[in-house]
Design a protein around this ligand. Structure first.
Ligand code: GLU
Length: 313
């Protein structure tokens, strides 16, 4: 095993894994194993309201059933985001000391209104708001008297560039293209962008493989990691499987692994995923191990892949 390559699975237990998640995890596994790397399984149970025990248990079971193994991580609690709050607190303090964090008292509807104009697709986008323009003394006064605020990160007004391993060069000016975003909610729960950056940095992750829907988060995460004194991983995004209404999501439970497992052998499912993404020329059963010898990102499609649910029946 190469100590220099560290990959990760980082699912959120807010639903059962669906075939889109599985494709990203299969590719993360192939990427890491083909390089002789070490693989981490991190449980992204950051949001207590959405993380369910049944989903947590199913995640590990589904990965094992599929033949995807890992070297460290879940069920070790050190790899569950719910147990890593102290790490996020420390990063939050560092960013606050650097003057990069400010409290925000906007209501949810004000935030949504601010977010809706330029970038409707970005759920976490939050715009810069009037709270960013409070003077230090106004801010102090409000912190003493108002309800607990959420916390936002002041985005850098500079161009961040990186080369995605699969999609090539991307550049983003977070202040202009994304706007200040939440890193901690008013109820104290840390937000995805902060937690994932801290985890990738502290766990020594060198390669992040995940769905293309997170491509636009990569520049911010790179910037956060470097601002916290770490080295950003290489990012490698994977095409999405799309259904009729766009990207497949956990809400389309009918293509969840839990359901597919009832009527299908794992190698049949892996074979279908490999065929859909371009790794196999035909739809035939294969194990993840069986895909390793010929694995190359060159063969993986870049465009998203429309899926007819009938293909999985
Ligand atoms: N936990 C996220 C998800 O399940 C993925 C985070 C990441 O890979 O950066 O969508």
């Amino acid at each position: 095993m190469s100590a220099n390559i560290v990959g990760r699975f980082a699912p959120s237990p807010s639903g059962y894994l669906h075939i889109g998640n599985l494709l990203a995890m299969l590719l993360a596994w192939l990427d890491c194993r083909s390089l002789g790397g070490e693989l981490i399984f991190r449980m992204e149970d950051l949001d207590p309201a959405r993380s369910k025990r049944a989903y947590i248990d199913a995640l590990a079971e589904d990965l094992r059933w599929l033949g995807l193994d890992w070297d460290r991580g879940w069920p070790d609690p050190a790899y569950a985001q719910s147990g890593r709050t102290a790490h996020y607190e420390a990063a939050f303090r560092t960013l606050r000391e650097k003057g990069l964090v400010y409290p925000c008292w906007c209501t949810r509807s004000e935030r949504l209104a601010a977010a809706s104009a330029p970038h409707p697709g970005e759920a976490e986008h939050d715009g810069s708001c009037r709270c960013a323009r409070l003077t230090p003394s106004e801010r102090e006064a409000r912190l003493l008297t108002s309800r607990p605020p959420a916390w936002k990160l002041k985005c850098p007004d500079e161009t961040i560039t990186l080369t995605d391993y699969h999609y090539g060069p991307i550049s983003q000016n977070p202040a202009r293209d994304v706007g200040d975003f939440l890193i901690r909610r008013a109820d104290g729960v840390f937000a995805y962008q902060l937690a994932v950056s801290v985890d990738d940095m502290e766990m020594g992750v060198t390669r992040v493989v995940r769905g293309r829907d997170l491509l636009s988060s990569a520049p911010r995460q790179k910037w956060l990691i470097e601002t916290l004194g770490g080295t950003a991983p290489a990012y490698c995004h994977a095409p999405l499987l799309t259904g009729e209404g766009g990207k497949l999501s956990k809400r389309l439970g009918s293509l969840s692994t839990q359901e597919l497992r009832r009527g299908m052998k794992p190698e049949v499912l892996v074979g279908k995923l490999a065929f859909l993404c371009g790794l196999s020329e035909e739809d035939r059963p294969v194990t993840p191990q069986g895909l390793l010898a010929d694995f190359s990102w060159e063969r993986v499609k870049r465009e998203d892949v429309p899926v007819d649910p009938v293909f999985f029946r």
